[in-house]
Ligand binder design. Sequence first.
Ligand SMILES: [Fe+2]
Length: 247
Amino acid sequence: MLFGLFKRNKPATAPADFSFLGVDMHSHLAPAVDDGSDSVETSLELLRGFMEMGYRKIITTPHTRPEMFPNTQAELRASFERLRPAIASLPIEVEMASEYFVDYEFLQQQDINNLLTFAGKHLLIELSTYQAPPNLFDTIFQLKIKGYQLILAHPERYGYYSSDFEQFEKLKDFGCQFQVNLLSLTGNYGKPTKELAMKFFKHNMVDFLGTDMHNVKHLEGLKAMLHDGKLMHFLQGYEFKNAKLLG
Ligand SMILES: [Fe+2]
């Protein structure tokens, strides 16, 4: 038995795939710009995997993280343009935004009037997995003033807040929606991460599920999840906002 929570809202049969989500809004499929897909061929393989798993739309989100992946918005767009002809005939919608690393310098380093967003002004942000920047809430406030609808990527990976859960509640109060990684639920990022993810479910704090797909190993992990009937039952019984991004 994985979690007692999985007993709730049990539908008659487990879903065979992730078509109940429809849209994935966190992945790294722009070729050779970050630690995700290294080539057009790999991106194609991962996209075919998404189709097999029932997804109809992919909003891919290569990293914007100056010290680790020093690419510009123009470079991200150029990478995506290399992918575009190869996927034109695929029966899946693909667009690109970015996953922005919010650190102490974010407001100085980025032109916050011109960020890569999706579905209007949805903005995917991530934090360090070691510590949050001391000016986090001020940064979030500045972004909100600009009209961005913030989605916090994998909050379950920010374990430094797990002993101070009110910080997560404060993030929600500041308007951040939470996107949990599917693979966090399998223990892919460790037991504490899995437990924190389940705590978000318990507190009804999860808005989106994302794959955070970087590579074929992630794809295999996601496909394996489809065989976990209890987990799939549970996920189907929860209301996610992914499908609202179908547009
Ligand atoms: Fe990511």
